[in-house]
Unconditional design. Structure first.
Length: 332
């Protein structure tokens, strides 16, 4: 055989060694610089704490939509925006914000408050469009308290600009993989979480194809250290009847050398805590990443310069792999 023949055979035999998998292509696009850009903007003073229904919250929503458009992520429906309204009794009376039609109809019979809100939903359509998996995070926070002495802006860098950054990076990673997923992947950004999980509640009661949702992955506060000498700590909640969720993370941490030390917490009925709740109540299996509480929780001191960027990036990578499995495995 001629020398060129040996070279060709050698290249063909070695191709699998250097060819990247779709998962690796996605992982390679997830990075700290992008996380810093997203969190830095969303948690900036100019967004005034991103309170749901107020100016800063609307700017945050426009920023998310602009990113989805620039990536080429399609809207779930005719628009990226899924508007809904929340109602409650006038401010002198006790009462929570409500989004259920029956509660709203009752409130409309008396003096009430109304708050217009927007969920934001994008998608990558799957080969089987009749099945959905969803990854989501709330983008609202607590706004401004003008009566505070000192810093009056609740910037919400960890809660939950960190989670929004992860969803945006996962969308980009799916595109970078170069492969269409088997199931449709929905990228969800919930409004009104801080006022009572309003966005996720409104979605599950109005989305006409909830019976086709096969899994939901939630982010809420994934960028801080609960204990400073355990910087890799992360709580990994998941539906107990789906032990494969725990198996996925354990295997992927080892395979991709992810710098995480998870506290695995299988949960029989994971209905509390965050936007995972409305999905779990309908029997949708869930995964929820959370890095536990910290001294700046729900305070103006929840600033971007306190984020553990290495942790945030590694959680984003791990959850991209979770979503890859959710979107491509037939059963879990």
């Amino acid at each position: 055989m001629k020398k060129t023949g040996y070279l060709l055979v050698s290249l063909l035999l070695s191709a699998p060694l250097w060819a990247q998998s779709p998962q690796q292509k996605g992982l390679d696009i997830i990075n700290q610089a992008t996380a810093e850009a997203h969190v830095g903007f969303l948690a900036s003073d100019e967004l005034q704490g991103r309170e749901a229904g107020f100016h800063g919250g609307r700017i945050a929503g426009e920023y998310i939509v602009a990113n989805l458009k620039s990536m080429g992520i399609e809207p779930l429906g005719d628009s990226y925006y899924y508007p809904f309204e929340a109602y409650r009794l006038e401010r002198q009376k006790k009462g929570r914000w409500q989004v259920h039609p029956d509660s709203i109809a009752e409130l409309k019979n008396t003096v009430h408050q109304k708050l217009p809100l927007n969920n934001i939903l994008g998608k990558i359509e799957g080969k089987n469009p009749d099945e959905y998996v969803i990854v989501g995070a709330h983008y609202d926070h607590l706004g401004i308290d003008p009566m505070l002495d000192g810093d009056q802006i609740y910037n919400g860098a960890d809660d939950n600009a960190s989670g929004v950054s992860a969803v945006l990076q996962i969308a980009r990673a799916f595109l970078a993989s170069g492969e269409q997923p088997e199931k449709t992947v929905v990228f969800a950004f919930w409004d009104g979480e801080e006022k009572g999980l309003l966005g996720s509640k409104a979605f599950v009661q109005s989305f006409p194809e909830m019976d086709k949702v096969r899994g939901y992955l939630n982010f809420d506060m994934i960028g801080r250290n609960h204990i400073e000498d355990r910087p890799n700590h992360v709580v990994y909640f998941y539906t107990e009847s789906h032990p494969v969720f725990g198996k996925w993370l354990k295997e992927d941490i080892k395979r991709y050398n992810l710098n995480l030390d998870p506290d695995y917490r299988p949960w029989d009925n994971p209905v509390g805590g965050s936007d995972n709740g409305p999905f779990a109540k309908l029997g949708v299996p869930i995964i929820w990443y959370h890095t536990d509480g910290h001294p700046d929780y729900h305070l103006p001191s929840d600033e971007a310069d306190k984020i553990n960027w290495d942790k945030l990036v590694n959680i984003t990578k791990a959850s991209f792999l979770n979503m890859w499995n959710m979107a491509n495995e037939k059963k879990f």
